[in-house]
Design a protein around this ligand. Structure first.
Ligand code: OGA
Ligand code: MN
Length: 276
């Protein structure tokens, strides 16, 4: 698509990632720019709609124009909060969102994108960071690309929980291991031909390498991919809506107090392409 033909008003927020879209609710819900928005999402990793203030119902409608909203825990609109009062059992796992991750990266087909609306903010912390893993791949030295292009990485839910709970009980460990490990190529060659890195805290080890060697490599790559030139940091206002390309970005949130009342609502678009 010819980006010059876009009628939406956009502002790039950093050179490599993050574009603000200035539009209004009716225009966005009409779906008339859905194709342009999807294209921008793939090119820019994360899209920002400042203080759009969508209701939950409108967030569903908007999501529907962009893809296929999926159910999680039986709901299309998911509360994202660390507060057990607001988020029940899910709150226990979400501390993992403080560390770089790709959503649903232990699934066969990771989700396409997520849409997040800020409902209530924390007084401290709570900025969300996004790292463009297409750009991170593109900028790797050729020698490094050769070294890693055919590697495969085992992703486990357990790994993502150990990050913040290094001494689980037996019962916790059993529960974590109910989610089966998933092996993905380290370098995702998308149907578009573009390549991105598949990293984040579910990445446990590299197939065919010793644990130590694989973990060193993953650590190096996670540091590489989260360098400032690949990252956009969002400082939220209530009503902001962000969409991130979950197939070409990883993200994390700056730690915030569990009882801060911070509440976001998320809709998630089904994956359209397996990691290959
Ligand atoms: C998520 C997530 C970050 C945030 O919903 O998947 O990581 O800022 N959220 O709450
Ligand atoms: Mn997430």
């Amino acid at each position: 698509m010819n980006v010059a033909m876009l009628k939406l008003k956009t502002i790039d927020l950093t050179p490599r990632i993050g574009t603000e879209i200035q539009s209004d609710v009716d225009t966005l819900l009409s779906g008339k720019y859905a194709a342009e928005i999807r294209e921008l999402l793939e090119q820019r990793g994360v899209l920002i709609f400042r203080e759009l203030g969508l209701t939950e119902e409108q967030q569903k409608v908007f999501s529907n124009t962009l893809g296929k909203p999926m159910q999680q825990n039986g709901k299309v609109v998911l509360n994202i909060s660390l507060d057990k009062g607001l988020n029940g059992a899910l709150a226990a796992y979400l501390e993992g969102s403080f560390y770089w991750h790709i959503d649903l990266s232990t699934a066969d087909v990771p989700s396409r994108a997520s849409l997040l609306t800020a409902r209530k903010l924390s007084q401290t912390g709570g900025d969300t960071l996004f790292a463009n893993t297409y750009a991170a791949w593109d900028d790797l030295p050729e020698s490094k690309k050769k070294e890693i292009e055919n590697l495969r990485v085992v992703h486990t839910f357990e790994n993502s929980q150990r990050v913040f709970k290094p001494n689980p009980t037996y019962a916790e460990l059993l529960e974590w291991q109910e989610k089966k490990p998933k092996t993905h190529p380290l370098v995702w060659t998308h149907q578009s031909g573009r390549k991105s890195l598949v990293l984040g805290m579910t990445a446990s080890h590299v197939e065919g390498m010793s644990l130590e060697e694989g973990r060193l490599l993953l650590c190096w790559l996670n540091e590489w991919a989260s360098q400032p030139q690949f990252v956009y940091t969002h400082k939220w206002k209530v009503g902001d809506l962000l969409i991130w390309d979950n197939t070409g970005c990883m993200h994390r949130v700056e730690p915030y107090p569990f009882d801060s009342g911070r509440l976001m609502t998320r809709t998630t678009l089904e994956g359209e392409e397996r990691v290959a």
